[in-house]
Design a protein around this ligand. Structure first.
Ligand SMILES: Cc1cc2nc3c(=O)[nH]c(=O)nc-3n(C[C@H](O)[C@H](O)[C@H](O)COP(=O)(O)OP(=O)(O)OC[C@H]3O[C@@H](n4cnc5c(N)ncnc54)[C@H](O)[C@@H]3O)c2cc1C
Ligand SMILES: NC(=O)c1ccc[n+]([C@@H]2O[C@H](COP(=O)([O-])OP(=O)(O)OC[C@H]3O[C@@H](n4cnc5c(N)ncnc54)[C@H](O)[C@@H]3O)[C@@H](O)[C@H]2O)c1
Length: 450
C-alpha cells in the first residue's frame, strides 16, 4: 500500500500547478500519465497546431501579396519538413516534463490508475491510498458511433501524416476542422467541411462566422452545413463519406477523413463508479463551485474532464488547476475566476471572441449598443493584402462597459486579449478610446472600433 497526500491523474495544463505547489509545500505527491507526459496542449493540441498554422500563414501571406509586396514564385508548404519541424518542438517534452516532476520530489507513474474503492486506487500492481485525488485527464475525440469510424483520422494523427493527400473531408465544423481545413487548403488540398448544424463554430458570433465561411469558400474550402455524417466506407483506394442533407443521403469522396466532431471527457479508464465519483460521460466529473467532486469529498477535478460548463480550453484548464491548488492548500475555498474567457479559431485570418455574443446579450435583458463593421479597409488589413476583416462589439449603454468583442482580422488573436484585460478590469469603452496605443498596430484599431 502506497500513501500520498495527493495523487494527480493526467499531466496537462490542469495538473501541473497542483503537483508542483503541493510538493513545494511538503506534501507527498504522485502523478500518473497513461500516454506521454506533457498533456494535449503541448504534445497534440495548441502548440504543435500553431506550427502548422504559421506555415499556412506564411504561404498565404506570400501568395496574396504576390506582385505587390513580393514575387511569391511557386511558394508551397513542404509537408514532411513541416511535420519534422513541429516534432523538433514536441519530441523532448515527455522526458523533460517527467524529469521536472521528479526533480521536485514528485513520484511519477506511467499508466492509468483506477479506483477500487472510494479511498483507494490501483495502478499496475500497486494499491494507492491518497488523502486527495485530482482528476485532470482531459478529453478525447467523441465516439461518432457510425459505420466506418475506424477509418477516420484523429487530430493527433493529422499532425503526424507523412504527406497530406489531395482530397480531405473534415467531419464537424468546429475549431479543429476550421483550423486544419485552413492549413490543408494552403497546402493545396481540396477540402470539404461537413457540419451537421446550420451554423459551424456555434459558440462564435454568427455574422463573423458567416464572413469566415465566405473567406473559407474563397480559398476553396467546400463548407456544407446541415450535413450530418452517417458512415464512412473504403472504396477503390479512397473513402466515401455519406451524410444526410435536406432529408437525402449524399456522398463525397476523400483520400483522408478527419475527426473534428467534438471531444468528450477522458474518464472511461478510471472506474469512477467504484470510487463513488459521479460523472456524466459527455459533461465530465460532477463538481461543486470549488471543483470538488459532488459525491466523493477527497476528489477534485479540473480541465476538460470536469463538468464546469465552461469552454474546454487551455486557459480555463490552467485556471481550474490553480483554483484546485488553492483549495487543497488553504482553509478558505475559492471559486474559479473565469471572467472573461477569450477564444480564438486559428484560421487565416483568425476569428477571436471574448464575452457575450449579440444573441447572448439580448438574453440578459440589458440595454446595449452594437458597433459592427466590415473592416477590410483598415490599413493593417489592406496593407498586408488581406481582404477579409470585420468586427462586432457589444457595449452596455448604462455603464459604457464592453459586454462582448468579436473580431475577424489579421492580428485578432492578439488584439482580443486587450479586450479581455479591459473587461476584466471593468474598464469602459471610453477608456479604450482615450488610451494612447502604439501606431500602426492591430490593437490601435480598437480606438476606431469603440
Ligand atoms: C488539436 C487541438 C488543438 C487545440 N488547440 C487549442 C488552442 O489553440 N487553444 C486552447 O486554449 N486550447 C486548445 N485545445 C484544447 C486544449 O488542448 C485543452 O483544453 C487542454 O489541453 C486541456 O487541458 P487538461 O489538463 O484538462 O487536459 P489534457 O491537456 O488533455 O491532459 C490530460 C492528460 O491526461 C492523460 N490521461 C487521460 N486519461 C488518463 C488516465 N486514465 N490515466 C492517466 N492519464 C490519463 C492524457 O494522456 C493527457 O496527457 C486544442 C485541443 C486539440 C485536440
Ligand atoms: N483554437 C482553440 O482554442 C481550439 C482548437 C482546437 C480544439 N479546441 C478544443 O477542442 C474541442 C474539440 O474541438 P472540435 O473541433 O472537435 O469540436 P467542436 O465542439 O468545436 O465542434 C464540433 C462540431 O462537430 C459537429 N458535429 C458533431 N457530430 C457531427 C456529425 N456526425 N456530422 C457532422 N457534424 C458533426 C458539431 O455540430 C460541432 O459544430 C473544442 O471544443 C475546443 O474546446 C480548441
Amino acid at each position: 500500500m502506497r500513501e500520498f497526500d495527493l495523487l494527480i491523474i493526467g499531466t496537462g495544463p490542469a495538473a501541473g500547478d497542483a503537483a508542483k505547489k503541493c510538493a513545494a509545500a511538503g506534501w507527498e505527491v504522485g502523478i500518473a500519465e497513461s500516454r506521454e507526459f506533457g498533456g494535449t496542449c503541448a504534445l497534440r493540441g495548441c502548440n504543435p497546431k500553431k506550427v502548422f498554422v504559421h506555415a499556412a500563414a506564411v504561404v498565404d501571406a506570400a501568395r496574396r501579396s504576390d506582385g505587390k509586396l513580393c514575387d511569391a514564385g511557386d511558394i508551397k508548404i513542404n509537408w514532411s519538413n513541416l511535420v519534422a519541424f513541429k516534432n523538433s518542438f514536441v519530441e523532448g517534452i515527455p522526458k523533460d516534463s517527467r524529469k521536472a516532476y521528479e526533480e521536485k520530489g514528485i513520484e511519477t507513474f506511467l499508466g492509468s490508475p483506477e479506483f477500487i474503492s472510494a479511498t483507494q486506487l490501483r495502478i499496475g500492481d500497486e494499491t494507492i491510498q491518497p488523502k486527495h485525488v485530482l482528476i485532470a485527464t482531459g478529453a478525447k475525440p467523441r465516439p461518432l458511433e457510425i459505420d466506418g469510424e475506424e477509418l477516420i483520422t484523429l487530430s493527433d494523427e493529422f499532425m503526424n501524416l507523412s504527406n497530406l493527400p489531395k482530397n480531405v473531408v473534415f467531419i464537424g465544423g468546429g475549431y479543429i476542422s476550421f483550423e486544419f481545413a485552413h492549413v490543408a487548403a494552403r497546402a493545396d488540398s481540396e477540402v470539404t467541411i461537413l457540419e451537421r448544424s446550420n451554423q459551424p463554430l456555434g459558440h462564435f458570433e454568427s455574422n463573423l462566422v458567416d464572413s469566415l465561411i465566405v473567406k473559407s469558400r474563397e480559398i476553396g474550402i467546400n463548407v456544407v452545413t446541415e450535413a450530418a455524417v452517417e458512415k464512412v466506407e473504403e472504396a477503390n483506394g479512397c473513402y466515401c463519406v455519406t451524410y444526410s442533407k435536406d432529408g437525402n443521403s449524399q456522398t463525397v469522396q476523400a483520400d483522408l477523413v478527419v475527426h473534428g466532431a467534438g471531444r468528450v471527457p477522458n474518464l472511461s479508464e478510471l472506474n469512477l463508479e467504484a470510487g463513488n465519483v459521479d460523472f456524466d460521460a459527455n459533461q465530465g466529473v460532477a463538481v461543486d463551485r470549488f471543483l470538488r467532486s459532488k459525491s466523493n469529498p477527497m476528489v477534485y477535478a479540473a480541465g476538460d474532464c470536469a463538468a464546469t460548463g465552461v469552454a474546454p480550453l487551455t486557459p480555463t484548464a490552467s485556471a481550474e488547476g490553480y483554483t484546485v491548488t488553492k483549495n487543497l492548500l488553504n482553509d478558505k475555498p475559492i471559486e474559479v475566476d473565469y471572467n472573461p474567457i477569450p477564444a480564438v479559431v486559428f484560421t487565416i485570418p483568425p476569428l477571436a471572441s471574448v464575452g457575450l455574443t449579440e444573441g447572448q446579450a439580448h438574453a440578459t435583458g440589458k440595454s446595449f449598443r452594437v458597433e459592427a463593421k466590415d473592416a477590410s479597409d483598415w490599413g493593417t488589413v489592406s496593407k498586408v493584402c488581406e481582404t477579409t476583416a470585420a468586427y462586432k462589439l457589444i457595449i452596455e449603454k448604462e455603464t459604457d462597459r464592453i459586454l462582448g468583442a468579436h473580431v475577424l482580422s489579421p492580428g485578432a488573436d492578439d488584439l482580443i486579449n486587450l479586450f479581455a484585460v479591459v473587461m476584466k478590469l471593468n474598464g469602459k469603452a471610453s477608456d479604450l478610446k482615450s488610451t494612447l496605443l502604439a501606431f500602426p498596430t492591430s490593437t490601435y484599431n480598437v480606438r476606431q472600433m469603440v
